[in-house]
Each structure stands twice: as structure tokens, then as C-alpha cells.
Design a protein around this ligand. Structure first.
Ligand code: GLC
Length: 574
């Protein structure tokens, strides 16, 4: 297969964002600098050496803009002000400088599918201020056969219930694909697009290094807003995902603004396919990269998010092959297990009770050795796990709270205990428990009362303990990040799946031939708690084991057998 990475003169088509490892910081839960129980910018500055020591290149910061925090900052009330609990614009500028001083880059979150209902634009829009009247998607409702008012169509909110809310002030319904406090902007309005472009430029002028673009393929809604198929995964989504104007909106943004800066852009894109990824983020596309969600649904039962299902390695490999092969000649992958919306990977795809260290390092090897840009979420490098959500009061996530209520109603039960297993497993709060710094009170996250519960396992799982332990998940991540940045083959090399159908072993090679010669790497990942002997169609003889999450060297006679959750990275020599 033609590789996109070699230019006609035999040189590599290098891009800094292809070579980078991104570390995601969720400010509310990272580190509290002022003792009010909420993480903040000063807290991040205080811990920046930790992030730099891990060896990552880019920090992606979840939203820090002014916001009523109904959806933890994804409901923005002012794009150009910092949320007061996180600090001030001066703190943010100090953070940017501190990040750049450490040779890292800073990527900000861009949330422009919707604003908060507290945003001035919405306040004016609901008052029918002529300049803002058309800034959101307003419609009159219908009436049902009893003459009762009903929403304009059957679209659903991702967080549960109808995607329409009736506004008393204006006397109309507005569309909100997420929480009722997050009205969708009307991108058909030229003034909206201009205001958003100006905001983006304003931040770029402040010297940031890129954007992660929140639910960016939802901007364009089909004209007429027709009813959606009620049996689909998200009712209405065929009319608002990858809508007709998407390419033109993003191309205009790229041409007018983004292309004037050396920045990276990564779009978060629900229901993304390989084909549309190439359109959005191929060589000629407006963005650099996109996040798809296919592997995050493996543990859904029958496609239902609020369920706990079994997953299988062959299914995961099918997805990986589809994306690695699909973007081999054009486009660039994102590699991730975790973010602020996903439960902890070791609790989903590993074994947090018996093989936490082994399975966390195995999962780390996966994201750090495939082709694409790895995204590591805070605490993933420690192998942090899901927490127990014993009562509904402990939950903070608007999505989980809404769905817990919906599940209680749907299942005809009134005890949280009856839905606790699924809600506790799936809630985004699992990713949002405070970063576990040390074994002191509140895991060293805050001197105050934390806004969300601390996972009690911080006494065993914390950064301080792991940094001095060569065998820890942290040390393993650090070594592998270093290896990736030392080896072009791990960034640019072609991918070949060696055992596509194997039930428990994922083995692949990366290989890169340039004018400088050929480099080859073999990765073997054993996704199971048993042992396994495999026969690989490559010569091990001249292979050198570079990294392994067990204490082994090449002379080990047990080498033919893979231990539980064993991960190996070899260099191959011809
Ligand atoms: C994205 C964000 C998520 C947020 C939602 C609405 O999926 O990652 O946290 O709730 O968009 O903005």
C-alpha cells in the first residue's frame, strides 16, 4: 500500500503534530492551587514539570472559559474570559508561557456547536434583539391530537430526552443537542460564523498551538429539520451529523483563519467513518486529525450506551485495521482510550483487580505504537481506575444523572441500586475523579473539600509512588514515549496486522523505508489473563526486545509463552 508519509524525493513528510504525544488535562480535576476544592490554572502551573517529565509534547486543555458549569465548561457564557474558579486571564497567560518554556505546546478546546444559555448572544436572541434573533435554532412547536404543545420534531438530546426546550421568554422552542443549558448555534447565519471565526482568531493571536474541536461535525443541520429514524442510535442524527454544509463551513474557517497559523486541529466527531475522516482531515481536508468513537462502543450491549456488554479482541482489531489501513495513504489517525468522557480504560479493557499494572501498560503500548498521534488522558499514565458510585448524590455528570433518571423510569424501578451497575460503569465521572498525586489526604489534589469524590485507591495508585518505581505504569509510559520520539518508524512506519483473527493476541509490525534504510518494529500484545504461545510469521531470531511489561530479556527461555496482559516491543533487523 502506498504510504502517505514519504515524499517523492524520499524524505519523510514530517509534521510536528504527527510526532507529538498529547496529554489531556481536565482542569477541574487536575490540581487545586487555592484550596477551594476545584482544580485551577495555578494548580496546573505548579504541576507542569510532572507533565514535561513524562515526555509529552502537547497539552490539550479542556474548556477554561467563563461558564455556569452545567456541563463542566462545555457550556460557555463568554469565549474571551476565564472561568473565575479556574483563575484569571493573567493566570492563563502565565500557563501558556510556562508550557512554552518547557518546549511543549498548548491546544485549547473549541466549543462552537452550542453556547451556554447564559451567553449574551442567547440572552439577546430569546429577547428577539434584531441583531441576535437568528443566532440559535428557534422553532414554533406543534400540537398533538389533544391540543397539547409538542416539540417541532423527534430529535433527541445526547444527554437524554427531547432535543427541544420551550423558552417562555421568546415563546418558541430552541434546539439543544446536549443539555437544555446548551442551545445550538445557528451556523446558517453568516453573523454567527463571523463571530466564531473572530473568536478563534483572537485565541490564535494569543499564541496557542491549536484546537480540539468539540462535536464539530454537528454544526450543519439539514434544512427543514425533518423527523429522524426513531430506531437509530441517536434519533435525528442522520439530519445533523456530517450535515450538508459541514465541508464548506470548515473549509471557510481553514482558509480565512486556521491556515494563517502553524497550529494543529483535531475534530471530535461522533459517528465518524473512515471515508468522512478522509474528507475532513485528509491532505486536502480543512483539519489535521479527527477523533472517531468506534472502539469506545465495543463494550456496549447491542449498541446501547447505558449498558455493560462483553467485547472481543477480533472486533477491536477489525476497527484498528479499518482505520490504520483506511488512513494509510491519506489522513492521520488519533490514538486514544481515554478522555474526560470515557470511563477508565483499565476498568473496561483490562483487569483492574488482578493485573492492573500489566493491563494498563498493555493498553499504553497500544496507543503509543500504532500509527497516529497518541492522546493520553491525565491519570491514564498511572493506571487510574473507575470509582464506585454508591449513591446518586455522588454523581456530578449531567449526562449520567439524566440517564440514571431515565433508566429508573424506563425500567419501572425507583431504587438507584437497580441501575447502579450500569450508571457507575458508564458515568463520565469515572474519568473526572481527582488526579492522584500522592497518598496524603485527597490524593494531594486539594487542601479543601474536593468537588467530586476522590477514588480511595489513591493510597496505592499515585504519581509520587510511581515516579520512583521503574516497574510502575508511569515509568513504562515514560520509557515508551521516549522510544516513540526516538524512532521515526513508530511515528511514520507502515502498519501490518499479523494475526487479524487471533482471539487474544494482537501482533503487528511497523516498517519504514527511507533513503536512510529500513526500520522495523514488532509489537505483541496479549489481551488476556491466561498464557498463550504464538507462532508469528516473522523471524524473531534477529529481534531485540526494546520494551516489555514483564522483567525479561532476549535470552529468557520462557519467551515463547506470553504471560497475562504481556506487551512486547521488538526492533527487527533484516
Ligand atoms: C463533547 C465533550 C463533552 C460535552 C459534549 C457537549 O462530547 O467532550 O464533554 O459534554 O461535547 O459539549
Amino acid at each position: 500500500m502506498m504510504s502517505s508519509q514519504i515524499l517523492s524525493d524520499g524524505e519523510l513528510d514530517r509534521e510536528w503534530w504527527k510526532e507529538a504525544v498529547v496529554y489531556q488535562i481536565y482542569p477541574r480535576s487536575f490540581s487545586d492551587g487555592d484550596g477551594d476544592g476545584v482544580g485551577d490554572l495555578q494548580g496546573i502551573i505548579d504541576r507542569l514539570d510532572y507533565v514535561a517529565d513524562l515526555g509529552v509534547d502537547v497539552i490539550w486543555l479542556n474548556p477554561v472559559y467563563d461558564s455556569p458549569q452545567e456541563d463542566n465548561g462545555y457550556d460557555i457564557s463568554d469565549y474571551r474570559t476565564i472561568y473565575h474558579e479556574f483563575g484569571t486571564m493573567a493566570d492563563w497567560e502565565a500557563l501558556l508561557e510556562a508550557v512554552h518554556d518547557r518546549d511543549m505546546r498548548l491546544v485549547m478546546d473549541l466549543v462552537v456547536n452550542h453556547t451556554s444559555d447564559q451567553h449574551e448572544w442567547f440572552q439577546k436572541s430569546r429577547q428577539r434583539d434584531p441583531a441576535y434573533e437568528d443566532y440559535y435554532i428557534w422553532r414554533e412547536g406543534d400540537t398533538d391530537e389533544d391540543g397539547e404543545p409538542v416539540p417541532p420534531n423527534n430529535w433527541e438530546s445526547f444527554f437524554g430526552g427531547s432535543a427541544w426546550e420551550y423558552d417562555e421568554v421568546r415563546g418558541e422552542y430552541y434546539l439543544h443537542l446536549y443539555d437544555t443549558s446548551q442551545p445550538d448555534l445557528n451556523w446558517r447565519n453568516d453573523a454567527v460564523r463571523q463571530d466564531v471565526f473572530d473568536t478563534i482568531e483572537w485565541w490564535l493571536e494569543k499564541g496557542i498551538d491549536g484546537f480540539r474541536m468539540d462535536v464539530i461535525n454537528l454544526l450543519s443541520k439539514v434544512e427543514g429539520l425533518p423527523d429522524g429514524d426513531p430506531d437509530s442510535e441517536w434519533t435525528g442524527s442522520e439530519h445533523f451529523i456530517d450535515g450538508p454544509e459541514m465541508q464548506s463551513y470548515l473549509t471557510a474557517l481553514d482558509e480565512a483563519v486556521l491556515s494563517n497559523y502553524d497550529v494543529m486541529t483535531v475534530g471530535e466527531m461522533p459517528q465518524l467513518t473512515v471515508e468522512s475522516a478522509r474528507e475532513y482531515a485528509g491532505t486536502d481536508g480543512p483539519l489535521d486529525m479527527a477523533f472517531h468513537f468506534q472502539h469506545t462502543k465495543l463494550d456496549y450491549d447491542d449498541g446501547e450506551r447505558w449498558s455493560v456488554g462483553d467485547w472481543s479482541l477480533p472486533e477491536l482489531k477489525t476497527i484498528v485495521d479499518r482505520w490504520q489501513d483506511g488512513l494509510a495513504a491519506d489522513g492521520w489517525n488519533t490514538l486514544y482510550w481515554e478522555n474526560h468522557d470515557q470511563p477508565r480504560s483499565v476498568s473496561r479493557y483490562g483487569d483492574p483487580e488482578n493485573y492492573r499494572r500489566e493491563s494498563a501498560t498493555l493498553l499504553g503500548t497500544f496507543v503509543l505504537t500504532l500509527r497516529g498521534t497518541p492522546y493520553i488522558y491525565q491519570g491514564q499514565e498511572l493506571g487510574m481506575t473507575n470509582a464506585d458510585w454508591e449513591t446518586m448524590d455522588a454523581l456530578r455528570d449531567v449526562d449520567a444523572i439524566n440517564h440514571a433518571r431515565e433508566l429508573l423510569e424506563r425500567n419501572g424501578v425507583d431504587e438507584y441500586d437497580d441501575v447502579r451497575e450500569v450508571v457507575g460503569y458508564r458515568t463520565r465521572d469515572n474519568a473526572r475523579t481527582p488526579m492522584q498525586w500522592d497518598d496524603s489526604r485527597n490524593a494531594g489534589f486539594t487542601d479543601g473539600d474536593p468537588w467530586i469524590k476522590v477514588n480511595p485507591n489513591y493510597r496505592e495508585i499515585n504519581a509520587t509512588a510511581q515516579r520512583t518505581d521503574e516497574e510502575s505504569v508511569y515509568s513504562y509510559y515514560r520509557r515508551l514515549i521516549q522510544l516513540r520520539s526516538d524512532r521515526d518508524v513508530l511515528v511514520y512506519g507502515d502498519y501490518t496486522d499479523l494475526l487479524p483473527g487471533h482471539e487474544t493476541v494482537f501482533a503487528f509490525t511497523r516498517s519504514l523505508s527511507t533513503d536512510a534504510g529500513t526500520e522495523r518494529v514488532l509489537v505483541v500484545l496479549h489481551f488476556d489473563d491466561g498464557t498463550e504461545t504464538i507462532d508469528l510469521p516473522v523471524e524473531y531470531a534477529d529481534a531485540t526486545l526494546r520494551e516489555c511489561n514483564y522483567d525479561r530479556d532476549d535470552t529468557d527461555p520462557e519467551m515463547v509463552t506470553l504471560a497475562p496482559y504481556e506487551a512486547r516491543v521488538y526492533e527487527l533487523f533484516d
